[in-house]
Design a protein around this ligand. Structure first.
Ligand code: ZN
Ligand code: FE
Length: 258
């Protein structure tokens, strides 16, 4: 199975999984890069997965729908407005595509009905499509949800295996690492990963997928119980050392961080 990150807009990735014959895509905000990838590799479109309703994730769905092969459908979050028709999914549901099985996880916070797709039943390197909930070294903005919801959503994702391939939908890694370094100046893993990602970006390569093991070491939003992160959050106004208060303070700090 092949995994591709198709660049779209300024900093989106549309993830494509293919077996050299058929493909599915995740969050096609734009149809053009998907059509180009399908044509150049002579692939049939077997399905579309959507994580949440934002335009940069669903904008290409209607243009791609006529390209869906027999039996191919659009899957999306049951509690959000997704271009119709689509198969509505809730946490705990499963989706089978190209012989891969994904479990749906409810991850509200960025939007109210945001879902993630976590591959099940493989021995190594399961795929995770987490939309705008978890970014490398960061997390999505809280447009529709609360810090408590985002904390629970990130905890659910952080419980996935170490070698999970974290497929986020934005190339925000370098700016997120700059924030992560401000939160934890003494965390050598952040500096090391920053050097690695700078080299990737200079070569015009994605910094993604990340792994869950790496995110647990560098992502301040997954490190709300670390003393250094709690102390930084306190300096930025966190009311206490509870993970939700720490996450809320980090998120607000990140919103104004330049
Ligand atoms: Zn979004
Ligand atoms: Fe987005």
């Amino acid at each position: 199975m092949n995994l591709l990150a198709l660049p779209a807009f300024a900093d989106n990735y549309i993830w494509m999984v293919h077996d050299d014959t058929r493909a599915f895509v995740v969050d096609p905000g734009d149809a053009a890069p998907v059509i180009a990838a399908l044509e150049s590799r002579r692939l049939q479109l077997a399905g579309i997965l959507v994580t949440h309703h934002h335009a940069d994730h669903v904008g290409g769905v209607q243009a791609l729908r006529p390209l869906l092969a027999e039996g191919g459908v659009v899957h999306g979050p049951a509690r959000e407005r997704i271009p119709e028709p689509f198969v509505p999914l809730n946490g705990g549901d499963t989706v089978d595509l190209l012989g891969l099985r994904f479990c749906v996880i409810d991850v509200p916070g960025h939007t109210a009905g945001h879902i993630a797709y976590a591959q099940q039943g493989v021995a190594q390197a399961p795929l995770l499509f987490c939309g705008d909930t978890l970014f490398s070294a960061g997390c999505g903005r809280l447009f529709e949800g609360t810090p408590a919801q985002m904390a629970a959503s990130l905890a659910a994702l952080a419980a996935l295996p170490d070698d999970t391939q974290v497929c986020c939908t934005h190339e925000y890694t370098l700016s997120n690492l700059r924030f992560a370094a401000a939160v934890e100046p003494a965390n050598a893993a952040i500096a090391g990963h920053d050097a690695h990602c700078r080299a990737l970006r200079e070569a015009e390569l994605p910094t993604l997928p990340s792994t869950m093991a790496l995110e647990r070491r560098i992502n301040p939003f997954l490190r709300c119980s670390e003393p250094a992160v709690m102390a930084a959050a306190r300096r930025e106004g966190a009311a206490n050392d509870e993970p939700v208060a720490v996450l809320a303070a980090l998120r607000e700090w990140k919103n104004r961080f330049r």
